[in-house]
Design a protein around this ligand. Structure first.
Ligand SMILES: Cc1cc2nc3c(=O)[nH]c(=O)nc-3n(C[C@H](O)[C@H](O)[C@H](O)COP(=O)(O)O)c2cc1C
Length: 143
């Protein structure tokens, strides 16, 4: 089965209640069942999410997420077939906020710590997200 990796950027909808802990536990529960993996970065205003897995599952999840009122202005940055997962240990890892370490990681690959979805280089963005994931506890444990 083909593996697909989808990356998008979106804006939090401030008029909708958002409990990030609840959201991430739903993500992890659902994604685990479908062998979906990835990372969600939330800086307080914007989401950046990478979803990896089977084409059909990734596509269905993206359509579901796109209808979610907790965010809007969703911009699809990339959707490609891949040979290998970048986030195999996370049914959905979460990195929140912008601390000094986060900023250092952004500045390793970009000239600023702000993502411009119109111009951003997705490969560099994936490098940032991979570096961020290095500090996260895996959510999938292999037996
Ligand atoms: C930024 C964002 C990212 C999300 N990521 C996922 C995800 O990775 N997996 C998932 O199942 N739901 C995700 N959701 C939630 C879905 O939109 C939807 O609420 C959820 O899948 C419904 O699950 P349920 O039918 O089990 O309640 C996300 C929502 C938002 C706003």
């Amino acid at each position: 089965m083909k593996l697909t990796r989808l990356t998008y950027y979106s804006q939090r909808n401030p008029s909708e209640k958002l409990d990030v802990d609840d959201l991430i536990s739903v993500c992890q529960r659902n994604n685990n069942r479908q062998f979906l993996t990835g990372l969600l970065y939330f800086n307080g205003d914007h989401f950046l999410q990478v979803i990896e897995g089977g084409r059909v599952e990734v596509s269905a999840l993206y359509h579901r997420i796109a209808r979610d009122p907790r965010h809007s202005n969703i911009i699809l940055l990339s959707c490609v077939d891949v040979r290998e997962r970048l986030f195999p240990k996370w049914s959905m890892g979460l990195h929140q906020g912008m601390n000094d370490r986060t900023r250092d990681i952004f500045l390793r690959y970009f000239s600023t710590d702000e993502v411009n979805p119109e111009t951003v280089d997705v490969e560099s963005l994936l490098d940032v997200l991979q570096d961020l994931s290095a500090e996260l506890v895996p959510t999938i444990s292999k037996n």
